[in-house]
Write a protein that binds this ligand. Structure first.
Ligand code: KG4
Ligand code: ZN
Length: 364
């Protein structure tokens, strides 16, 4: 293909939908894409005392940090606003105060420079990342597993997603975070639980495998957290406290239940998605080694390639937003100052609405 589609593009991406303030600059030439910079400013310390992301605190922090993130990303990339071809910004779904802060900044920059503005769906950013990192062709199956998201998507095009299933309550990362809180382990819970689980017996506690008895690819994680709490309370009632081994066994059994459920539902999603080029994962929970090993096995058993982008591009970042912006730009999409910030923005508008909007914002 030739012409406008292959014209080199330098695009600024802006992300502020949850608890990371991020900006990145990407350059796309022909089929080669280079991440010139990717700045992520976290807010973990601001929310640490509250056991979850506090929307008002997040919004205020985004307002304070966004300018700095954008300046740093331009400086690191060695470009100025005048070198850019477009500005891509997360326009949803997410915590509305944060999304608004990013969208307002992007509009201001677009108006000041005359550059095209491209609103990007945060979930599309995650879902299209394997094309940035591994050049995946459509269609492929994506499992998004993070603190705020959990869904299976058949990615057919940069603006064409079919949701095969998702969580009906908590996201897995949220479940890991709550599990850590119940056991007095530090946040974020995923890495803490995984570390403690290494010394544990995954078979000691028979935690439930929610929704495995039901057909389809929907998942549920809130019951697991309750089961973990009951297991903990029974031990405390019996012995007055938890030993190191108890804690390790609780973590290992919890993690095994999450991995079992995700592996089985992934197998089902793969069986339901003929002709895919790969099975890809994204989101912070994809960092979990035990889970990754299980998902790799599932892909192997189905004869499908398994792709997990590097962790820095699996978790929230703005490089994925700039990339999704480039994909939309190439399809001719342009926004203007009427671009709306959306707390909810399902990727697959034909799929039934998802239930629940956890601490980390709407799950779309
Ligand atoms: O994608 P992410 O950085 O942010 C969003 O939620 O969008 O994901 C963060 C989540 C947290 O809930 C964290 O506990 C979880 O990912 N996580 C993990 C691991 N590392 C991070 N969960 C399980 N095992 C891990 N190693
Ligand atoms: Zn995310």
């Amino acid at each position: 293909m030739a012409g406008e589609m292959d014209a080199p593009l330098t695009v600024l991406g802006i992300e502020s939908s949850c608890d990371d303030t991020a900006a990145a600059v990407l350059r796309a030439e022909e089929s080669v894409v280079t991440i010139l910079s990717s700045v992520v400013m976290g807010q973990a310390e601001l929310h640490a005392a509250f056991g979850g992301v506090v929307p008002e605190i997040a919004a205020r922090a985004h307002v304070e940090k966004l300018d700095h993130a954008v300046e740093a990303s331009l400086a690191e990339a060695g470009v100025t606003l005048g070198d850019l071809d477009a500005i891509a910004v997360t326009a949803g779904p997410g915590l509305i105060g944060g999304v608004l802060s990013g969208v307002m900044l992007a509009k201001g920059l677009a108006v000041a420079t005359g550059l095209p503005l491209i609103g990007v769906n945060h979930l599309a950013g995650h879902a299209l990342t394997p094309r940035l990192t591994d050049g995946l062709g459509f269609p492929y199956l994506m499992l998004l597993v993070s603190g705020g998201h959990c869904q299976f998507l058949r990615v057919e095009g940069a603006e064409n997603f079919t949701r095969l299933g998702g969580t009906i309550d908590d996201a897995p990362g949220e479940a890991f975070d709550k599990a850590a809180k119940l056991l007095g382990l530090p946040q974020p819970g995923g890495p803490s639980v995984e570390t403690v689980a290494q010394a544990g017996d995954p078979a000691r506690f028979a935690f439930p495998r929610p929704l495995l008895d039901r057909p389809g690819c929907d998942l549920s994680f809130s019951g697991l957290k309750t089961a973990l709490m009951r297991g903990r309370d029974a031990l405390v009632a019996e012995k007055g406290g938890l030993t190191r081994a108890d804690r390790a066994d609780l973590c290992a059994s919890f993690q095994a239940a999450v991995a079992d459920v995700l592996a089985e539902k992934s197998a089902r999603a793969l069986a339901a998605s003929r002709g895919v080029t790969a099975f890809a994962v994204a989101g912070g929970v994809a960092a979990n080694a035990a889970l990754r090993a299980r998902l790799l096995d599932v892909a192997k058993a189905a004869g499908t390639r398994f792709v997990a982008p590097p962790l820095a591009l699996c978790t929230d970042n703005a490089a994925m937003i700039a990339w999704a912006g480039i994909e939309r730009f190439r399809l001719g999409h342009r926004d203007d100052v009427t671009l709306a910030a959306r707390p909810r923005w399902p990727l697959d508008t034909a799929a039934p609405a998802m239930l629940g909007a956890g601490k980390r914002g709407a799950k779309a």
